[in-house]
Design a protein around this ligand. Structure first.
Ligand code: FAD
Length: 280
């Protein structure tokens, strides 16, 4: 089922996972999928490594497995920054071969010093994919993309994604719902009418938060800083407080009419389970 059609029926709850890499075997990945599918998500999206490592070649296959074997709709991420036309042709062939209907079309992170190949921006990839019959989604950034100095300009580029064929958007993680609400208001004023799903990642450790701030520039509200301070030497307490924060964040988003919820599960089904239980 196309995700755009899903949005006509409901406000979907989706999970994000990454392909197995390193010592994470396919068997433990399947256990992750089994546990996640028991939570009845509306779809599961599978990331795609832009650099060619991290199991990029498996994204389409895994998205196919999720649909066929777990009975859950899937969405395959597809990055373009390091791909030439031939590589993308091969990606598209694999997506069709695996029966994938939904694609989150992304640029991917630019490796410093490396040249982008054919497509400089996600919107260019979307135009390239437009006639392939996929339902296309795109990424968006409530606090502005980290490379773009001007959030208003970033929003204009987001509008280009809608023009290029995106029919839904998923946000970068954020911790301050007020940022999301301001972003949505501005996006709607600019004519962005497609659904925008907020992406939520629970805090599990201080190291994870530091990484996130530097890679995506998400701001930390004082409630999060207090949690980090209070549980500085108590990893279990921090994890519990992080999940509790995510549940409260999602409840507030749902109460304010957000277009669904996307949970960054980090391939940890227990986290998704605790969040879903907290929401019940
Ligand atoms: P773009 O939309 O191309 O934007 C990149 C930058 O270019 C922005 O600063 C934008 O303002 C600017 N820009 C856009 N159009 C123009 C224009 N016409 N002229 C000038 N500037 C322009 N990364 C992965 O490697 N694999 C994944 O699976 C993955 N999944 C993700 C899922 C979600 C929900 C999100 C939010 C991000 C994901 N990312 C993933 C990270 C993403 O690849 C990076 O954030 C990347 O830096 C930007 O990708 P984009 O598709 O948003 O790029």
């Amino acid at each position: 089922m196309k995700i755009a059609d899903l949005f006509r029926e409901k406000k979907p709850v989706s999970f994000e996972i990454f392909p197995p890499k390193g010592e994470l075997s396919m068997e433990s990945f399947r256990q992750t999928l089994s546990a996640l599918s028991l939570l009845s998500p509306d779809y599961i999206s599978v990331t795609c490594s832009a650099g060619g490592s991290g199991g990029r070649e498996r994204t389409a296959e895994l998205a196919g497995i999720i649909r066929r074997e777990y009975g859950v709709e899937s969405c395959a991420h597809l990055t373009c920054v390091n791909s030439d036309v031939q590589m993308l042709r091969e990606d598209v062939r694999k997506l069709h071969e695996n029966g994938v209907e939904n694609v989150l079309a992304l640029r991917g992170d630019v490796i410093p010093g490396a040249q982008t190949r054919v497509f400089r921006f996600a919107s260019e990839l979307m135009r390239h994919l437009r006639d392939e019959g996929f339902c296309l989604g795109g990424a968006c950034y409530p606090e502005g993309h980290i490379e773009c100095g001007d959030p208003e300009e970033d929003l204009r580029h987001l509008y280009e994604k809608q023009q290029a064929g995106a029919s839904f958007l998923v946000t970068q993680l954020f911790f301050d719902n007020a940022c999301f609400y301001r972003f949505i208001e501005k996006a709607r004023k600019l004519g962005i009418t497609i659904p925008v799903t907020p992406g939520i990642m629970p805090i599990l450790s201080k190291a994870q938060i530091e990484r996130m701030i530097f890679t995506c520039g998400a701001s930390l509200p004082s409630d999060i800083i207090r949690i980090l301070y209070r549980y500085e030497n108590d990893p279990d307490g921090l994890r519990k407080a992080g999940i509790d924060y995510a549940v409260r964040q999602i409840r507030d988003l749902q109460a304010n009419g957000a277009d669904g919820i996307h949970i960054y599960t980090m391939n940890r089904p227990q986290i998704a389970t605790e969040i879903m239980e907290g929401l019940r």
